[in-house]
Design a protein around this ligand. Sequence first.
Ligand code: XIL
Length: 312
Amino acid sequence: GPVLRELAAAKGVYYGTAVTASKLSGAYASLAGGQFGSITPGNEMKWGSVEPARGSYDWSGADAVVDFAEAHGQQVRGHTLVWHSQLPGWVSGGSWTADALRTVMTGHIATEAGRYQGRIDHWDVVNEPFDEDGTRRPSVFQTVIGDGYIEDALRAARAADPAAKLYLNDYNIEGVNAKSDAMYELVKSLKARGVPLDGVGLQAHLIVGQVPATLRANLQRFADLGVDVAITELDIRMPLPATDAKLAQQKADYKAVTQACLAVARCAGVTVWGFTDADSWIPDVFPGQGAATPYDEGLRPKPAYFGIAEAL
Ligand code: XIL
Protein backbone atom coordinates (compact mmCIF):
# COMPACT_ATOMS: atom_id res chain seq x y z
CA GLY A 1 0.00 0.00 0.00
CA PRO A 2 0.97 3.68 0.05
CA VAL A 3 3.89 4.76 2.23
CA LEU A 4 3.12 8.16 3.74
CA ARG A 5 6.74 9.16 4.33
CA GLU A 6 7.62 8.55 0.67
CA LEU A 7 4.57 10.35 -0.69
CA ALA A 8 5.27 13.30 1.62
CA ALA A 9 8.97 13.46 0.75
CA ALA A 10 8.09 13.58 -2.94
CA LYS A 11 6.00 16.69 -2.16
CA GLY A 12 8.78 18.31 -0.11
CA VAL A 13 7.11 17.88 3.29
CA TYR A 14 7.33 15.35 6.09
CA TYR A 15 4.54 13.24 7.52
CA GLY A 16 5.26 12.52 11.16
CA THR A 17 3.80 10.93 14.24
CA ALA A 18 4.05 11.23 17.99
CA VAL A 19 5.09 7.97 19.63
CA THR A 20 5.30 6.41 23.06
CA ALA A 21 8.84 5.14 23.68
CA SER A 22 7.76 2.12 25.75
CA LYS A 23 5.66 0.84 22.82
CA LEU A 24 8.42 0.92 20.18
CA SER A 25 8.54 -2.77 19.30
CA GLY A 26 6.63 -5.19 17.07
CA ALA A 27 3.97 -3.97 14.68
CA TYR A 28 3.78 -0.54 16.37
CA ALA A 29 7.46 0.06 15.70
CA SER A 30 7.19 -1.25 12.14
CA LEU A 31 4.47 1.24 11.31
CA ALA A 32 6.07 4.14 13.18
CA GLY A 33 9.37 3.52 11.42
CA GLY A 34 7.97 2.54 8.05
CA GLN A 35 5.19 5.04 7.42
CA PHE A 36 6.43 8.24 9.02
CA GLY A 37 9.31 10.55 8.17
CA SER A 38 9.37 12.44 11.46
CA ILE A 39 8.98 11.37 15.09
CA THR A 40 7.85 13.37 18.12
CA PRO A 41 8.15 11.93 21.63
CA GLY A 42 4.65 12.23 23.08
CA ASN A 43 5.84 12.77 26.64
CA GLU A 44 9.46 11.72 26.99
CA MET A 45 11.10 15.12 26.45
CA LYS A 46 8.82 17.10 28.77
CA TRP A 47 10.55 18.72 31.74
CA GLY A 48 8.72 16.51 34.26
CA SER A 49 9.94 13.41 32.40
CA VAL A 50 13.60 14.37 32.11
CA GLU A 51 14.23 16.11 35.45
CA PRO A 52 11.61 14.96 37.97
CA ALA A 53 13.76 16.07 40.89
CA ARG A 54 16.11 19.02 40.63
CA GLY A 55 19.46 17.89 39.21
CA SER A 56 18.27 14.27 38.84
CA TYR A 57 17.87 13.39 35.17
CA ASP A 58 16.22 10.52 33.31
CA TRP A 59 16.94 10.62 29.60
CA SER A 60 15.99 6.99 28.93
CA GLY A 61 12.71 7.65 27.11
CA ALA A 62 13.99 10.64 25.16
CA ASP A 63 17.16 8.83 24.14
CA ALA A 64 15.12 5.81 22.99
CA VAL A 65 12.95 7.95 20.72
CA VAL A 66 15.88 9.85 19.19
CA ASP A 67 17.82 6.60 18.67
CA PHE A 68 14.76 5.03 17.03
CA ALA A 69 14.35 7.97 14.68
CA GLU A 70 17.99 7.89 13.64
CA ALA A 71 17.84 4.14 13.06
CA HIS A 72 14.90 4.72 10.72
CA GLY A 73 16.23 7.78 8.91
CA GLN A 74 13.59 10.05 10.44
CA GLN A 75 13.55 13.67 11.50
CA VAL A 76 12.83 14.51 15.15
CA ARG A 77 10.52 17.18 16.55
CA GLY A 78 11.67 17.94 20.06
CA HIS A 79 8.67 18.50 22.33
CA THR A 80 8.81 20.58 24.46
CA LEU A 81 11.20 22.82 26.42
CA VAL A 82 8.94 25.38 28.15
CA TRP A 83 5.31 24.53 28.95
CA HIS A 84 2.99 25.16 31.88
CA SER A 85 1.97 21.49 32.07
CA GLN A 86 3.84 18.28 32.96
CA LEU A 87 6.35 20.39 34.88
CA PRO A 88 8.25 18.91 37.80
CA GLY A 89 6.75 19.98 41.12
CA TRP A 90 9.99 21.67 42.08
CA VAL A 91 9.49 24.10 39.18
CA SER A 92 5.72 24.65 39.30
CA GLY A 93 5.58 24.80 43.09
CA GLY A 94 8.76 26.72 43.75
CA SER A 95 8.75 30.26 45.08
CA TRP A 96 10.89 32.09 42.56
CA THR A 97 12.24 35.49 41.85
CA ALA A 98 12.21 36.43 38.18
CA ASP A 99 15.99 36.12 37.92
CA ALA A 100 16.06 32.73 39.64
CA LEU A 101 13.32 31.22 37.45
CA ARG A 102 14.83 32.68 34.28
CA THR A 103 18.17 31.09 35.19
CA VAL A 104 16.52 27.73 35.88
CA MET A 105 14.49 27.90 32.63
CA THR A 106 17.42 28.83 30.41
CA GLY A 107 19.58 26.27 32.20
CA HIS A 108 16.99 23.58 31.46
CA ILE A 109 16.98 24.59 27.80
CA ALA A 110 20.78 24.55 27.66
CA THR A 111 20.86 21.09 29.25
CA GLU A 112 18.15 19.44 27.16
CA ALA A 113 18.66 21.10 23.79
CA GLY A 114 22.40 20.82 24.37
CA ARG A 115 22.20 17.10 25.05
CA TYR A 116 20.56 16.51 21.65
CA GLN A 117 22.40 19.25 19.79
CA GLY A 118 22.59 18.46 16.07
CA ARG A 119 20.02 15.62 16.33
CA ILE A 120 16.77 17.60 16.58
CA ASP A 121 15.27 19.11 13.43
CA HIS A 122 12.53 21.17 15.08
CA TRP A 123 12.17 22.20 18.73
CA ASP A 124 8.86 23.27 20.23
CA VAL A 125 10.63 25.80 22.42
CA VAL A 126 7.52 27.28 24.02
CA ASN A 127 4.25 25.36 24.07
CA GLU A 128 0.79 26.84 24.63
CA PRO A 129 1.68 30.41 25.64
CA PHE A 130 -1.82 31.84 25.07
CA ASP A 131 -5.27 31.63 26.58
CA GLU A 132 -8.31 31.44 24.30
CA ASP A 133 -8.90 35.21 24.37
CA GLY A 134 -5.37 35.90 23.16
CA THR A 135 -3.99 37.03 26.50
CA ARG A 136 -0.90 35.32 27.85
CA ARG A 137 -1.61 32.12 29.75
CA PRO A 138 -0.66 32.75 33.38
CA SER A 139 1.94 29.99 33.60
CA VAL A 140 4.63 30.17 36.25
CA PHE A 141 6.97 31.53 33.57
CA GLN A 142 4.58 34.27 32.48
CA THR A 143 3.64 35.18 36.04
CA VAL A 144 7.14 35.26 37.49
CA ILE A 145 9.34 36.30 34.55
CA GLY A 146 6.81 38.25 32.48
CA ASP A 147 6.28 38.62 28.72
CA GLY A 148 10.01 38.37 28.02
CA TYR A 149 10.25 34.71 29.01
CA ILE A 150 9.44 33.67 25.44
CA GLU A 151 12.35 35.52 23.86
CA ASP A 152 14.63 34.43 26.70
CA ALA A 153 13.68 30.82 25.90
CA LEU A 154 14.19 31.25 22.15
CA ARG A 155 17.63 32.82 22.59
CA ALA A 156 18.68 30.03 24.96
CA ALA A 157 17.49 27.39 22.50
CA ARG A 158 19.36 28.98 19.60
CA ALA A 159 22.54 29.07 21.67
CA ALA A 160 22.15 25.42 22.70
CA ASP A 161 21.42 24.03 19.22
CA PRO A 162 22.05 26.50 16.41
CA ALA A 163 20.93 24.05 13.70
CA ALA A 164 17.49 23.27 15.14
CA LYS A 165 14.45 25.10 13.78
CA LEU A 166 12.84 26.86 16.72
CA TYR A 167 9.04 26.83 17.00
CA LEU A 168 6.27 28.31 19.09
CA ASN A 169 3.38 25.84 19.33
CA ASP A 170 -0.24 26.16 20.43
CA TYR A 171 -3.76 24.73 20.01
CA ASN A 172 -6.91 26.41 18.74
CA ILE A 173 -4.79 28.63 16.51
CA GLU A 174 -5.68 26.67 13.35
CA GLY A 175 -8.29 29.15 12.18
CA VAL A 176 -8.25 32.94 12.23
CA ASN A 177 -9.48 33.89 15.73
CA ALA A 178 -8.47 35.91 18.79
CA LYS A 179 -5.88 33.34 19.88
CA SER A 180 -4.21 32.99 16.47
CA ASP A 181 -4.30 36.79 16.11
CA ALA A 182 -2.32 37.02 19.36
CA MET A 183 0.22 34.46 18.11
CA TYR A 184 0.45 36.39 14.84
CA GLU A 185 1.23 39.66 16.65
CA LEU A 186 3.80 37.91 18.85
CA VAL A 187 5.59 36.37 15.85
CA LYS A 188 5.57 39.72 14.06
CA SER A 189 7.08 41.43 17.08
CA LEU A 190 9.73 38.76 17.67
CA LYS A 191 10.80 38.80 14.01
CA ALA A 192 10.90 42.60 13.95
CA ARG A 193 13.24 42.58 16.95
CA GLY A 194 15.53 39.86 15.59
CA VAL A 195 14.62 37.23 18.18
CA PRO A 196 15.52 33.75 16.88
CA LEU A 197 12.31 32.07 15.70
CA ASP A 198 11.88 29.76 12.71
CA GLY A 199 8.37 28.44 12.84
CA VAL A 200 4.87 28.28 14.26
CA GLY A 201 3.26 24.96 15.14
CA LEU A 202 -0.50 24.57 14.95
CA GLN A 203 -1.37 21.58 17.12
CA ALA A 204 -4.70 20.83 15.38
CA HIS A 205 -6.56 18.74 17.94
CA LEU A 206 -9.70 18.90 15.82
CA ILE A 207 -13.28 17.60 15.89
CA VAL A 208 -14.79 15.59 13.01
CA GLY A 209 -16.56 17.88 10.56
CA GLN A 210 -14.98 21.00 12.04
CA VAL A 211 -11.78 21.71 10.13
CA PRO A 212 -11.60 25.52 10.28
CA ALA A 213 -12.44 27.06 6.91
CA THR A 214 -9.63 29.59 7.41
CA LEU A 215 -6.87 27.01 8.02
CA ARG A 216 -5.07 27.57 4.74
CA ALA A 217 -5.30 31.36 4.87
CA ASN A 218 -4.12 31.31 8.47
CA LEU A 219 -1.07 29.15 7.62
CA GLN A 220 -0.31 31.55 4.79
CA ARG A 221 -0.49 34.68 6.94
CA PHE A 222 2.08 33.24 9.34
CA ALA A 223 4.30 32.17 6.44
CA ASP A 224 4.09 35.71 5.09
CA LEU A 225 5.76 36.90 8.31
CA GLY A 226 8.86 34.96 7.29
CA VAL A 227 8.47 31.81 9.39
CA ASP A 228 7.77 28.18 8.58
CA VAL A 229 4.53 26.61 9.71
CA ALA A 230 3.66 23.03 10.62
CA ILE A 231 0.69 21.00 11.77
CA THR A 232 2.23 19.47 14.88
CA GLU A 233 -0.32 17.38 16.80
CA LEU A 234 -3.10 16.45 14.39
CA ASP A 235 -5.93 14.28 15.62
CA ILE A 236 -9.61 14.44 14.69
CA ARG A 237 -11.90 13.10 17.38
CA MET A 238 -15.50 11.94 17.20
CA PRO A 239 -18.20 10.91 19.66
CA LEU A 240 -17.93 7.15 20.15
CA PRO A 241 -18.92 4.76 18.74
CA ALA A 242 -17.31 5.34 15.37
CA THR A 243 -19.70 4.83 12.46
CA ASP A 244 -19.01 4.52 8.72
CA ALA A 245 -20.42 8.04 8.25
CA LYS A 246 -18.18 9.55 10.92
CA LEU A 247 -15.14 7.70 9.59
CA ALA A 248 -15.91 8.97 6.07
CA GLN A 249 -16.13 12.55 7.33
CA GLN A 250 -12.87 12.02 9.24
CA LYS A 251 -11.22 10.85 6.02
CA ALA A 252 -12.30 14.07 4.30
CA ASP A 253 -11.02 16.08 7.27
CA TYR A 254 -7.57 14.45 7.32
CA LYS A 255 -7.37 15.01 3.58
CA ALA A 256 -8.33 18.67 3.92
CA VAL A 257 -5.75 19.39 6.64
CA THR A 258 -3.02 17.68 4.61
CA GLN A 259 -4.03 19.61 1.49
CA ALA A 260 -3.93 22.90 3.42
CA CYS A 261 -0.31 22.24 4.40
CA LEU A 262 0.64 21.28 0.85
CA ALA A 263 -0.95 24.47 -0.46
CA VAL A 264 1.40 26.67 1.61
CA ALA A 265 4.99 26.68 0.43
CA ARG A 266 6.40 27.27 3.93
CA CYS A 267 4.43 24.42 5.53
CA ALA A 268 7.17 22.00 6.61
CA GLY A 269 4.94 19.04 7.35
CA VAL A 270 2.21 17.38 9.35
CA THR A 271 2.53 15.33 12.54
CA VAL A 272 -0.30 13.16 13.85
CA TRP A 273 -0.60 12.95 17.65
CA GLY A 274 -0.38 9.16 17.79
CA PHE A 275 -0.91 7.13 14.64
CA THR A 276 -3.18 4.49 16.19
CA ASP A 277 -6.34 4.71 18.28
CA ALA A 278 -4.52 2.37 20.68
CA ASP A 279 -2.05 5.18 21.46
CA SER A 280 -4.17 8.33 21.61
CA TRP A 281 -4.67 10.72 24.51
CA ILE A 282 -8.20 11.60 23.40
CA PRO A 283 -10.28 9.00 25.31
CA ASP A 284 -8.47 9.90 28.54
CA VAL A 285 -9.08 13.63 28.25
CA PHE A 286 -12.37 13.88 26.30
CA PRO A 287 -14.67 11.23 27.83
CA GLY A 288 -16.90 9.50 25.27
CA GLN A 289 -14.76 10.65 22.34
CA GLY A 290 -12.00 8.90 20.45
CA ALA A 291 -11.18 7.06 17.20
CA ALA A 292 -9.14 10.19 16.43
CA THR A 293 -6.12 8.78 14.56
CA PRO A 294 -5.47 7.22 11.11
CA TYR A 295 -5.12 3.59 12.33
CA ASP A 296 -7.58 1.65 14.48
CA GLU A 297 -6.76 -0.07 17.76
CA GLY A 298 -5.71 -3.21 15.87
CA LEU A 299 -3.23 -1.16 13.79
CA ARG A 300 -5.38 -1.44 10.66
CA PRO A 301 -5.49 1.65 8.42
CA LYS A 302 -8.76 3.57 8.64
CA PRO A 303 -10.39 5.67 5.90
CA ALA A 304 -8.47 8.64 7.39
CA TYR A 305 -5.18 6.98 6.42
CA PHE A 306 -6.34 6.75 2.81
CA GLY A 307 -7.50 10.37 2.94
CA ILE A 308 -3.97 11.40 3.86
CA ALA A 309 -2.52 9.26 1.08
CA GLU A 310 -4.94 10.77 -1.45
CA ALA A 311 -3.93 14.28 -0.44
CA LEU A 312 -0.24 13.46 -0.76
C1 XIL B 1 -0.42 14.77 25.92
C2 XIL B 1 0.06 13.32 25.81
O1 XIL B 1 -0.33 12.78 24.58
C3 XIL B 1 -0.55 12.52 26.96
O2 XIL B 1 -0.01 11.19 26.97
C4 XIL B 1 -0.27 13.19 28.29
O3 XIL B 1 -0.93 12.50 29.34
C5 XIL B 1 -0.72 14.64 28.28
O4 XIL B 1 -0.10 15.32 27.18
N1 XIL B 1 -0.87 19.35 23.70
C6 XIL B 1 0.48 19.04 23.75
C7 XIL B 1 0.90 17.64 24.06
O5 XIL B 1 1.32 19.88 23.42
O6 XIL B 1 2.13 17.60 24.77
C8 XIL B 1 -0.16 16.90 24.83
O7 XIL B 1 0.26 15.54 24.93
C9 XIL B 1 -1.49 17.02 24.14
C10 XIL B 1 -1.93 18.46 24.07
